[in-house]
Design a protein around this ligand. Structure first.
Ligand code: AMP
Length: 285
């Protein structure tokens, strides 16, 4: 049976509601987001809807995963639109806590996955992934899911959350949802809204570069440096993009890989004046 759509803001109320659904024998899925929902988020909700009886969307712009000088203050907040989209996507419960309810004045705990959080985005965003794993732990503790859906778009985040769940015995299935892209290939992101028209036109260089490297890989190229050079050449055609990293790493451990013999991820991050964008492709021999 389906229950009416509910918006919950209080952590204790969320936990009580989730516990009561679990006590009814229902399977609970959570899809954590920071809101400003786009097709990428909606694809996660569709996957979650098919996996569970009770689908919980969380919308929370998590202050502790933003560094000083990052975009916390201007991150898009579109709650009314998000709730309408959630309802249309078959969400049962939208959990939208206030920051004050999540982090009281004495809050001082961090959950940290150490090694996986060091390279790639971790190198330029100190404390970011500890903020993510801490909030995801809190969201899991009140939504009580058996299954959670995360996007491949944030590949390192997904790897870190899998590690968190395994290391701390959460007993939650973590499902990876494929990257949803705009018609020209740009990975959908709430931060794409920060791009001006020139930057938007050049942002497609990231997915194009990854795509060219993927083609070369399909053609038999197994040398990581050669594949990175192919992608870098394409991205260099976008002068407004300042490349932060472009690397090939083991798909599970995120250790650097030069000669590809097993599954790897090719991951890229680039800064435009208003936005930092990431993208990736998994290459499996
Ligand atoms: P965010 O709201 O950006 O924190 O993202 C919430 C979830 O949606 C994360 O698991 C992201 O990986 C996922 N996500 C964001 N953009 C996309 C996309 N373009 N395709 C698939 N999943 C996405």
């Amino acid at each position: 049976m389906r229950y009416p759509f509910e918006v919950v803001r209080d952590p204790a109320a969320m936990r009580a509601l989730a516990a009561s659904r679990r006590a009814d024998g229902l399977r609970v899925c959570v899809v954590p987001t920071m809101g400003a929902l786009h097709e990428g988020h909606l694809s996660l909700l569709r996957i979650g809807r098919a996996l569970a009886d009770v689908l919980i969307l969380t919308v929370f712009v998590n202050p502790i995963q933003f560094g000083p000088g990052e975009d916390l203050g201007r991150y898009p907040r579109t709650e009314a639109r998000d709730l309408a989209a959630a309802r249309a996507a078959g969400v049962d419960i939208a959990y939208c806590p206030e920051a004050a309810a999540m982090y009281g004045p004495d809050f001082q705990t961090r959950i940290e996955v150490t090694e996986l959080a060091k390279p790639l985005c971790g190198a330029s965003r100190p404390g970011h992934f500890a903020g993510v794993t801490t909030v995801v732990t809190k969201l899991f503790h009140v939504t009580l899911p058996q299954v959670a859906v995360f996007g491949q778009k944030d590949y390192q985040q997904l790897a870190i959350i899998r590690r968190l769940v395994a290391d701390l015995d959460f007993g939650i299935d973590i499902i990876c949802a494929p990257i949803v892209r705009e018609a020209d290939g740009l990975a959908m992101s709430s931060r794409n809204a920060y791009l001006d028209p020139n930057e938007r036109a050049q942002a497609v260089s990231l997915s194009r570069g990854l795509g060219l490297a993927k083609d070369a890989f399909a053609g038999g190229q197994r040398d990581g440096a050669a594949l990175c050079a192919i992608a870098a050449r394409e991205i260099a055609k976008a002068p407004l993009a300042e490349l932060e990293y472009l690397e090939i790493r083991d798909a599970d451990s995120l250790a650097p890989v030069s000669l590809i013999t097993g599954p790897v991820v090719m991951a890229v991050a680039a800064r435009f004046s208003g936005a930092r964008l990431i993208d990736n492709v998994v290459l499996t021999p």
